[in-house]
Design a protein around this ligand. Structure first.
Ligand SMILES: [Zn+2]
Length: 130
């Protein structure tokens, strides 16, 4: 089920990263513990990155209808920065860190993430894509 969420990161004197967005509950649960990199959003050389911890994404309780109406009119990112769009994975083979959207990712039975450049043709067919 889709819900309305608020994200907040206090980055000390650099400022605060905030965002309000709509996402599937499961997507938000999966995001906890993941690494995100927003780039230099708080000014030159600020490079804002880290791990999403429990409690940094909180639900804003509104009705299901409100969530749907907001998404129809405003899209899934209501304002600010949507952390779900900045999640990074580290490839267990090449060690490269890339944004989730920048390439295809596969996961093997040992829970290791493999980028599309390292996965073999066989793995691409047999492994689960994430
Ligand atoms: Zn790789």
């Amino acid at each position: 089920m889709k819900k309305l969420y608020k994200f907040r990161w206090d980055c000390g004197r650099q400022g605060t990263v905030e965002g309000i967005f709509i996402a599937e509950e499961q997507e938000v649960k999966d995001a906890v513990g993941q690494q995100v990199n927003f780039g230099e959003i708080l000014g030159k050389h600020s490079e804002v990155y880290g791990t999403i911890d429990d409690g940094e994404i909180t639900e804003i309780k509104v009705s299901e209808i409100t969530v749907k109406e907001m998404e129809d009119v405003l899209g899934s990112t209501i304002c600010g920065h949507n952390p779900l769009h900045h999640i990074q994975y580290e490839c267990s083979r090449c060690g490269d860190t890339m944004r989730v959207d920048d390439c295809e990712w596969y996961i093997n039975d040992n829970n290791e993430k493999i980028c599309e450049y390292c996965a073999t043709e066989d793995e691409k067919k047999s492994l689960k894509q994430i």
